[in-house]
Design a protein around this ligand. Structure first.
Ligand SMILES: Cc1cc2nc3c(=O)[nH]c(=O)nc-3n(C[C@H](O)[C@H](O)[C@H](O)COP(=O)(O)O)c2cc1C
Length: 398
């Protein structure tokens, strides 16, 4: 069966000379069984009429923010689709997306998208090679947009260079890869721990760490997008948990241990990102400790090791831990992986306050006897997608 059968695709057409090729692409998608909604920029309509796309898709074509406001099409379109494709993507729309400008239906819809977005740039080679366009494409890639590179060859302005819209085959292939990936965890139960824990020594004071839970939340969101049943055991954080995830809110390391251990038995994949406190105050007083002139001695005792306990008891689940290290990163992480019976470990450098609470992160995944994959520097959302790809393609298949 075609990977496109029954799939909802939003095709955004912007105003480049290659807009006419979007019609053939629409037909190819429809013939493969996809349900295609087309959204056009005002400039795109100068090149091809909406009538062509309406006839090819058998569906209404959208081009104005102001039509049918009762159904808020710029949001609805990206909620109903499984993937958005921008073909051709002009220099202009690429710049607008990089800046978050949302002045028309297409850019508003793309800004509101939580689905994968594939860009197929097409333009004159000087426009493509301009540092502004290249920098915008880099920014978008870092934010998780996928790009199917233009080809070199004869350009509409009778010059030769890079900038021809990628071939129909290349675009279909890139879309197919995305659609297959979106189902890659279908039927799998994924358990994720995230956030800090708080270890109280009285009702108003606790020991904790600066983890925000962003990595666990990003992984949970990405796993849901890939079709998994996801449980997120989340320590105290101000960040909202993702939609479609069962969230178990916990406070202390002991709470996290209690919540995680039972659920780990049923999981196919467990990813432990939580920054669980290693020690807690030995005594917790029921009342607020009164401030006096004296210093306060608090004896700290070990908390249960959540990850090690899961590692000891797990059966066939794949268990991936995180290591936040400030020195000897890979050596320490490999030792932790062996000690806690992990299948893989994602290492990040938290020296100098990096990673905790930051927008971007850098991750390296270690597994097996000496295997490693550098996932690069990117937003936590992008790294979540790369980590799930790496677990599926490298760790599990090894
Ligand atoms: C004949 C003609 C061909 C064009 N071809 C392209 C093109 O291939 N790629 C591109 O990025 N811009 C091209 N442009 C410029 C865009 O149409 C212009 O930047 C427009 O504002 C894009 O709007 P949009 O991004 O909202 O669709 C072309 C303009 C004209 C008049």
């Amino acid at each position: 069966m075609s990977a496109f059968a029954g799939k909802r695709i939003l095709l955004c057409v912007s105003g480049g000379i290659a807009a006419y090729k979007a019609a053939a692409l629409t037909s190819a998608l429809v013939q493969r069984g996809a349900i295609v909604d087309v959204a056009m920029t005002e400039a795109a309509e100068e090149f091809v009429g909406p009538l062509t796309f309406a006839a090819l898709t058998g569906r209404q074509v959208y081009s104005s923010l102001w039509d049918a406001p009762e159904s808020i099409p710029h949001i609805r379109l990206v909620r109903e689709a499984q993937v958005a494709l921008v073909a051709p993507a002009t220099a202009d729309i690429i710049a607008k997306l990089a800046q978050g400008i949302a002045g028309d239906l297409v850019t508003s819809a793309l800004l509101a998208a939580r689905i994968p977005v594939l860009l197929a740039p097409a333009m004159n080679d000087a426009m493509y090679n301009d540092p502004a366009t290249q920098s915008n494409l880099r920014t978008l890639r870092e934010r998780g947009y996928e790009i199917v590179e233009p080809e070199s060859g004869f350009l509409a302005e009778r010059e030769t260079g890079i900038g021809r819209l990628a071939s129909e085959d290349a675009i279909l292939q890139a879309l197919e890869t995305i659609l297959t990936r979106t189902q890659s965890l279908k039927g799998k139960r994924v358990l994720i721990t995230g956030g800090p824990t708080r270890e109280a020594f009285d009702p108003v004071r606790f020991v904790s760490n600066p983890s925000t839970g962003a990595t666990g939340i990003a992984l949970a969101r990405e796993a849901v997008l890939r079709g998994a049943d996801v449980t997120l055991i989340l320590g105290p954080t101000h960040l909202p948990p993702p939609a479609g995830v069962e969230v178990v809110a916990v406070v202390s390391a002991q709470d996290m241990y209690d919540a995680a251990l039972g659920r780990a038995q049923e999981a196919d994949l467990i990813i432990a990102t939580a920054a669980v406190a290693d020690w807690r105050p030995e005594k917790t007083s029921a009342q607020k400790t009164k401030k006096g002139e004296d210093d306060l001695d608090v004896r700290m005792v070990r908390t249960p090791d959540v990850l090690a306990a899961i590692g000891e008891r797990k059966n066939s689940a794949v268990l991936v831990g995180f290591a936040a290290e400030t020195e000897n990163h890979e050596t320490n992480a490999r030792a932790k992986m062996a000690r806690k019976h992990l299948d893989a470990i994602a290492v990040n450098d938290v020296s100098g306050g990096r990673a905790f609470g930051a927008q971007t992160n850098a991750l390296t995944v270690l597994w097996g006897a000496g295997e490693r994959r550098d996932l690069g520097v990117a937003s936590k959302e992008v790294l979540a997608a790369r980590l799930l790809d790496c677990i599926k393609n490298d760790v599990i298949s090894d």
